[in-house]
Design a protein around this ligand. Structure first.
Ligand code: AP5
Ligand code: MG
Length: 250
């Protein structure tokens, strides 16, 4: 597949929504290769990094993740807004959770952080896996004017077949599949040569619970974006069917 670099037509704030294993991470990697100005944040990768480093947040999130449930909205909101800030896309105007400013505002909760920061007008990014609930979407609205929500749709039976053959490079989040997108050297990351691993939540039972959670929470989330007129549904059994229309649209 050719990866000709392209320019964005305007600042793109893209959200990828879809069932576990539908290919959100795969599509993110492909879009980043096409549009060098884009960067991505994967909420799952951020959480897994926290679990690996045994941070307080990671320790609190681990049980929910391993059982296929969602972590609390407040936890993920704090994590994403501090990531947006540390990447320089959100400019804290009077308070910043990582470096509090002595002056006017003295608030520190994630809700108050949501009411002050300003998004950089040129910031363009993909959010993979966040927001996942209507509550998260409402909170994100206060931070970032999202302009493109892509709903990826693939039948669960097709996804299930992929999960057992997924391998990941944990430090970067790069995703492989022994059948579909095999690493150049078996078991090793293409870029760093480091070992690939399988995710702890990729057992069949946990995947089924993740799917149930997705079905429970995604309707309200998708309705939220449908009302705002920025939802775009792409259906396909393969990421190769999904990528070309996604690239044309952005
Ligand atoms: P997260 O990491 O976001 O997991 P997920 O949504 O379950 O999605 P996946 O990463 O499993 O799948 P994907 O869609 O990225 O697919 P991929 O490209 O890898 O979240 C994990 C957990 O964190 C959640 O369960 C929750 O606990 C917590 N969490 C995260 N965000 C949260 C939030 N906002 N709020 C609350 N909790 C949150 O593709 C899958 C496989 O298929 C790969 O092997 C790939 O190579 C392969 N593949 C892709 N396309 C094809 C194809 N066309 N043909 C064959 N194989 C293919
Ligand atoms: Mg993923």
């Amino acid at each position: 597949m050719s990866h000709t670099a392209r320019q964005l037509k305007k600042a793109a704030r893209i959200i990828l929504v879809g069932a576990p294993g539908v290919g959100k991470g795969t599509q993110s990697e492909r879009l980043l290769a096409r549009f060098p100005q884009l960067a991505s944040i994967s909420s799952g990768d951020l959480l897994r990094e926290n679990v690996r480093r045994r941070t307080q947040l990671g320790v609190q999130a681990e049980a929910a993740m391993q059982s296929g449930n969602l972590v609390p909205d407040s936890m993920i909101l704090g994590l994403i807004s501090s990531e947006l800030t540390s990447k320089g896309w959100l400019k804290p105007s009077s308070s910043n959770s990582s470096a509090p400013n002595s002056s006017t505002a003295s608030t520190s909760s994630s809700q108050s952080a949501a009411s002050f920061p300003q998004i950089s007008p040129t910031a363009s990014f993909i959010l993979d896996g966040f927001p996942r609930t209507a509550t998260q979407a409402t909170s994100l609205d206060a931070l970032v004017p999202v302009n493109f929500v892509v709903q990826l749709v693939t039948p669960p039976s097709v996804i299930l077949a992929r999960i057992a053959s997924r391998w990941v490079h944990e430090p970067s989040g790069r995703v492989y599949n022994t059948d579909f997108h095999a690493p150049k050297v078996p078991g090793k990351d293409d870029i760093t040569g480091e070992p690939l691993t399988q995710r702890e939540d990729d057992s069949i039972d946990t995947w089924k619970q993740r799917l149930r959670k997705f079905e429970e929470t995604s309707r309200a989330l998708l309705e939220h974006y449908e009302r705002r007129g920025c939802l775009w549904r792409v259906e396909g059994k393969s990421s190769d069917e999904i990528t070309p229309p996604a690239v044309r649209r952005i």
